[in-house]
Design a protein around this ligand. Sequence first.
Ligand SMILES: Cc1cc2nc3c(=O)[nH]c(=O)nc-3n(C[C@H](O)[C@H](O)[C@H](O)COP(=O)(O)OP(=O)(O)OC[C@H]3O[C@@H](n4cnc5c(N)ncnc54)[C@H](O)[C@@H]3O)c2cc1C
Length: 374
Amino acid sequence: MNPTDLPADVVQAATTEDLLSAVRAIAQGPLAQRAQAIDEGAYPEDLLKQLAAVGAMGAHIDRPGQPGNYMATIAAMAEAGKVCGATAFMMWCQSVCALYMDASSNPALKGERLSAHLSGAGIGGTGLSNPMKSFAQIESFLLKATPTEGGYLVNGTLPWVSNLAGNHYFGAIASVVGEAGKEVMFILKCDAPGVTLKGCPKFSGMEGTGTYAVQCKDLFIGVADPARPYIRNIRAAFVMLQCGIAAGIIQGAIDSMWAVEDQLGHVNQFLDDRPDQLQAELDDLLGRVAELAKTPYDSSNEFFIDVLNVRIDGGELCMRAANSALMHQGARGYLMSSDVQRRVREAQFVAIVTPAIKHLRKEVAALCAEDMPA
Ligand SMILES: Cc1cc2nc3c(=O)[nH]c(=O)nc-3n(C[C@H](O)[C@H](O)[C@H](O)COP(=O)(O)OP(=O)(O)OC[C@H]3O[C@@H](n4cnc5c(N)ncnc54)[C@H](O)[C@@H]3O)c2cc1C
């Protein structure tokens, strides 16, 4: 992609520092005002577009003369996640969709289309929970692709895909009927003929994430990538990027503990998981992420195990920090309007979104067994 394809404000946010200060302005301003409404179901498409326009969901993608910087995308996600975990999750959806487009061999997904996505003119997500669980033998493929002239007809329903609206799109994988072990990956457009978005049951959190069940009835796919080699190349980057959501929620929880320290420190000192201890653990975690973020496309098992472990630690620290913040804040944190109780539900989501902690541990066990000498 040519850097001149990008809108001026994306080019302006050329350094990580510029990017983070632009994201901070949105996060501490309009996002902070709307975090509760988002939790209750208001999908913030305009804010996501603003975040994309300053380059928050595209810094990890290589551009001529400007190599991708995974840590910048992760830090931007964390900056928003301090204020609203749901928004950090939608930023991950958009960032990971950019990764799919960039890694695809389909030229139609690159150039102008990728440029539009990075600038926020296009909004996308990922429907890879089911395929990831299928590759890990946790469940079977829900989308089936039947070969037809010039492509495939896709049928099936994905129960929940986020960051969607009428003209949005997302990365999907379907197993090929009649060809065991073959799957294809493609970008599924929500307004394509044969696609229906259906509302989901009410969740306990993350309600404003534009999450729908996606039903496909004879959806025609012309160009698709073979999924397995593709997934091997991007799997570590996919999982690593999620650390940005965890880091934001953890930092938000720590900040809310310090906010009551003057008033309640005399009694809070008797609690476990104090803010200084959690901060040290978060800094250590981010140090590990920063190291891994230098080689996001390393496809070795050894590297992937390190990424899975840092993601497990991030998910677990997220739940500990959010719970501890509730203990530190007491009744004020238990108010329905409090960001502290909202963060507990956001942290639980980090633990169950694919790859869930149980799935991550299963993968680590399987990869360690594979690498063990016979
Ligand atoms: C708010 C929200 C947003 C999400 N966004 C996305 C997204 O953008 N993209 C994406 O690919 N996935 C998305 N997911 C799915 C998510 O990543 C996980 O796959 C999901 O939370 C379940 O993961 P699990 O590993 O805990 O599986 P489990 O819950 O252990 O599921 C195991 C099996 O039980 C089935 N199951 C679970 N709940 C029910 C139910 N209520 N009724 C019937 N069967 C059920 C599952 O389909 C699966 O086959 C989202 C989930 C939520 C709650």
